[in-house]
Design a protein. Structure first.
Lengths: 517, 83
């Protein structure tokens, strides 16, 4: 097995090498490596004083910013595992995950938890302390829960704590939505995250000169990978939490002179539809990365053909269960592979397998299975769910795909996104890509809705580009011309926006529920 | 219904599902206070384009125009005067 540094050692090495370089930019904040290192050491020492031991879980519940990165690395330096909670979750979900993770502490800020802290704490029996920028007088907490303020942490020593951490110690728990039911916590070891960081660096070829603007939350595996890869090379991360106002982000992208930008498909769809992103010269931009779902081939082509050729577009694929990344399309091959998820990244073996575990022939559809040091240990406290995805041959992704003669993988669908209509299995993705070809369509999601006769009937939800007008029947007509008749949606609905989770993933179940109302 | 009331009504009905309490003041940030998210901003824009017949340019999509009731009232008034 390859030796890996514990994840917080990535920061320590960069802090020793480039102490004065800026690691994080957020609004007027400029945080240097030496400052981040000292702040994280202070927090880690304070956590040790609070009784945190190797293997304990400490939850982090914050938006992207200085406090998040200090919290993340401070928790790891104390030998604990960081439970990175989605800051967009409502109190009920956060309380559930705090309890589920068995976290002994919570790192947050008053503006994040507001008056709900007592409710969060009440549901988490293992919780012993809360680290918060300030204590609000109205919080009535049980006596066993201490509130530690920023002032307390600042008074702690900044000596680098020497807590032994092994490669298979837990580094982070990232909860993933799955498509139904309660979130599952993917448990990622130091080996997992350090391996994936090294694997990503191998193909992105990042150096200390690189920088990225992150609109993706760090508690999301894609956002986390941006943070770790840049910290590993001594690079700079610019945080912008206001993608709701895309024009503001585009201005920031230009002003901050970053060399990279990363987004999920809807990030790029919105940039193209509602900003002048495609028209600016971008003298500093070296690359774009896209993951977190399938971008339509039409949008891939538009980005590739409109932006200057020197800006490399990396189309990638991954899962939280794989730390982040599993595959990439080398940018030079993209024009012949629009729509493919590409090949396994260095250090990841990606195969397409039949239900009996044997490998599929070229062109044959099977499940995509991944092996590598980046694959999670399992779902936290959930052996039953773990057994559904982790097998001796690797992580079963739940995605169906086929391999072409060049070894590139093309996803056909997620296993559960197959629509069964009459006797036919229909890939929602195939219908979506067909509808995306219609002029005026910005985004589309196709679902199977319960139907007495067919089992499921196909319906499409379409978001139009601003200023476009389109009738449902012209969308259906395009489908009828290009697809087998049983694949043509029975109904086409127009929405102002598709319902998405905070990571930008379309919530198909909500669309199906819409139809039932 | 006057402009301000119409906007507040829309926000309460569409993003707060009838609960007026979270919209404590007309000057508060809709985004920072968790009243809308990025999907909500796109819905809000569609509402302004639809119900007010405004044509909203890409560069109009900034918090100074959209991120509070006060900003929205000023923005719509300005747009309508220019139309």
């Amino acid at each position: 097995m390859v030796p890996y540094l514990p994840v917080h050692r990535l920061l320590e090495v960069s802090a020793d090498r480039v102490p004065d370089a800026v690691v994080l930019e957020h609004g007027a904040t400029r945080l240097r490596y030496a400052e981040l290192e000292a702040d994280a050491d202070r927090l880690a020492n304070r956590l040790r004083e609070l009784g945190v031991e190797r293997g304990d879980r400490v939850a982090l519940y914050l938006d992207n910013g200085r406090e998040y990165v200090v919290g993340f690395f401070g928790i790891l330096k104390a030998g604990a595992c960081c439970v990175a909670l989605n800051s967009a979750n409502k109190t009920r979900t956060t309380a559930l995950l705090l309890a589920d993770s068995g976290a002994v502490g919570l790192v947050t800020r008053a503006s994040q938890v507001r008056h709900d802290l007592p409710e969060l704490v009440a549901g988490a029996p293992d919780l012993r302390f809360v680290v918060c920028d300030r204590a609000a007088p109205q919080w009535q907490l049980p006596p066993q829960v201490a509130v530690v303020t920023a002032g307390d942490v600042a008074a702690s020593p900044d000596a680098r704590p020497a807590v032994p951490v092994g490669p298979d110690d837990l580094c982070a728990i990232l909860y993933t939505s799955g498509s139904t039911g309660k979130p599952r916590g993917a448990t990622l070891s130091h080996r997992n995250l350090a391996a994936n960081t090294r694997q990503i660096l191998a193909y992105l070829e990042l150096t200390g000169e690189d920088s990225v603007l992150s609109v993706l939350p760090f508690h999301y595996s894609f956002g986390n990978s941006l943070l770790l890869t840049h910290v590993a090379v001594g690079g700079r991360v610019v945080v912008d939490n206001r993608f709701a106002y895309p024009a503001t982000v585009v201005d920031n992208l230009e002003r901050s002179r970053v060399t990279g930008f990363s987004g999920v498909p809807s990030t790029y769809a919105i940039l193209v539809a509602r900003t002048n992103f495609l028209d600016r010269p971008w003298p500093d931009l070296r690359y774009l990365t896209q993951a977190g779902g399938a971008m339509t081939p039409a949008l891939q082509r538009q980005l590739r053909e409109t932006l200057p050729a020197r800006i490399r577009l990396f189309v990638m694929y991954g899962q939280t269960e794989a730390s982040a990344r599993l595959s990439w399309v080398p940018p030079e091959r993209l024009p012949e592979k629009y729509g493919s998820i590409g090949v396994g990244i260095p250090g990841v073996s990606l195969t397409v397998r039949r239900a009996d575990g044997s490998e599929c022939a070229t062109g044959e559809v099977g499940e995509v299975v991944a092996q590598g040091d980046n694959i999670m240990q399992g779902y936290w406290n959930d052996p039953a769910e773990t057994a559904l995805v982790l097998f001796p041959d690797g992580l079963h992704t739940g995605d169906l795909g086929r391999r072409d003669e060049d070894g590139y993988i093309w996803l056909v669908d997620r296993i559960k996104n197959m629509i069964k209509t009459g006797a036919n299995r229909v890939s929602a993705k195939e219908v979506e890509e067909t509808i995306a070809e219609v002029a005026g369509v910005q985004e589309v999601c196709v679902v199977g809705v319960p139907d007495e006769l067919l089992g499921e009937a196909i319906e499409a939800y379409v978001v139009l580009r601003p200023g476009s007008a389109l009738a449902a029947n012209s969308v259906q007509q395009h489908c009828r011309e290009n697809l087998a008749l049983y694949k043509v949606p029975r109904a086409v609905h127009f929405l102002a926006a598709l319902p998405k989770n905070s990571s930008g993933k379309v919530l198909r179940q909500e669309l199906i529920a819409l139809d039932r109302r | 219904m006057d402009l301000r009331a119409k906007i507040k009504d829309y926000i309460v009905e569409n993003f707060l599902f009838g609960d007026t309490a979270p919209l404590a003041s007309d000057g508060m940030s809709l985004l920072d206070n968790g009243i809308i998210d990025s999907t909500g901003v796109m819905e809000l824009v569609a509402f302004l384009e639809g119900d007010f017949g405004l044509s909203i340019a890409d560069e109009d999509l900034v918090p100074e125009n959209l991120d509070s009731v006060d900003n929205l009232v000023a923005f719509i008034t300005r747009k309508q005067a220019a139309a």
